[in-house]
Design a protein around this ligand. Structure first.
Ligand code: DON
Length: 309
């Protein structure tokens, strides 16, 4: 599948690019701070008519929290939903993505959902495999398959940089280990989680993966069921209720599609039955969402009536 440039999408990008100046690139993971904050690109994979793009849609970025949807899908397939939801909840938090506060106050003491860091760490801990390398390979192979055998790798500089500085995520892990949510070794989990977050791809690959979710887990080209329908539905539901962190309510109101953001500036969007969307815009607002990416989605949703509500 080739992707064609689109004049109208280019105009839309041009009309929102100035919003990049109102945000900042994430630098709490030092290696993430090296990108150009003015970048903005989009690819839209239409399951019926092919792919359109605007901006430098082949520029690679790390998935960061976008990966949480993909690890969740794999773990639900590995373990089944009863096992997973015994350890991770289904409710939005209204707190920042790395918050520790509700871990202590929730009864039973488990992360409120798999889209916040605590929940995602618990999910990654559940990836099945006999060794760290086997678990990593399984995750990577699954994501490659969702993207139609895409060539993806982990950006080891970003992974290493997060591994060396992730004190808060380690604190979340120690708390959850004490409460029996996390079973495995914490340093091994941090290694796997930071690699997962540092998987690199571009807007086209992300849009292609979005199309699988748009088709309830079916590959848009081969028709093969890559994710069971119910699991694709669960993932999309979390994207709606928790995918944009403590801005998920406002996003549902203004855009109204399942979406997941990451602090690299990536956004995975899904218009059910129709489109997968990949966006890269690393200048972030204070909640960790791409400032210009949000504006771009808002304009598109209004113009083409994307909202599922
Ligand atoms: O765990 C972290 O802090 C990062 N690897 C991912 C966080 C993230 O992308 C949150 N996004 N908005």
């Amino acid at each position: 599948m080739t992707c064609k440039t689109n004049e109208h999408l280019e105009e839309l990008i041009a009309s929102v690019r100035h919003y990049t100046q109102f945000g900042k690139v994430a630098d709490y993971i030092p290696a993430l701070g090296k990108v150009n904050g003015q970048d903005l690109s989009i690819a839209i994979y239409d399951v019926n008519s092919g792919c359109l793009y605007a901006g430098d849609y082949r520029k690679k970025f790390t998935l960061q929290s976008v990966s949480k949807v993909l690890s969740l899908a794999l773990v639900l397939m590995d373990r089944g939903k009863d096992y997973v939801f015994e350890r991770v909840g289904m409710e939005p938090t209204g707190d920042p993505f790395n918050s520790i506060s509700k871990l202590e106050s929730s009864i039973p003491s488990k992360p409120l959902n798999p889209m916040i860091n605590a929940g995602a760490l618990a999910v990654t801990d559940m990836i099945i495999g006999g060794s760290l390398e086997e678990r990593w390979k399984r995750l990577l192979t699954f994501i490659k398959e969702l993207g139609n055998d895409i060539e993806i790798e982990c950006n080891m500089e970003v992974a290493q940089s997060e591994f060396e500085t992730a004190y808060l995520n380690r604190a979340l892990c120690f708390f959850m280990k004490q409460h029996g949510i996390i079973q495995g070794d914490i340093e091994e989990l941090m290694d796997l989680y930071t690699r997962q977050c540092a998987i690199e791809m571009d807007c086209f690959d992300l849009a292609r993966i979005g199309a699988v979710f748009a088709l309830n887990g079916n590959d848009p080209e081969s028709g093969k069921q890559l994710i069971p329908k119910e699991i694709a539905r669960i993932c999309k539901t979390f994207m709606v209720t928790c995918g944009m962190y403590d801005a998920s309510g406002e996003f549902a109101m203004k855009v109204g599609i399942p979406a997941k953001s990451g602090v690299s500036g990536g956004i995975l969007g899904v218009v059910p039955g129709k489109l997968g969307i990949g966006i890269f815009g690393p200048s972030l607002d204070e909640r960790g969402n791409s400032v210009a990416g949000l504006k771009l989605l808002e304009k598109l949703a209004n113009e083409y009536d994307f909202s599922i509500f």
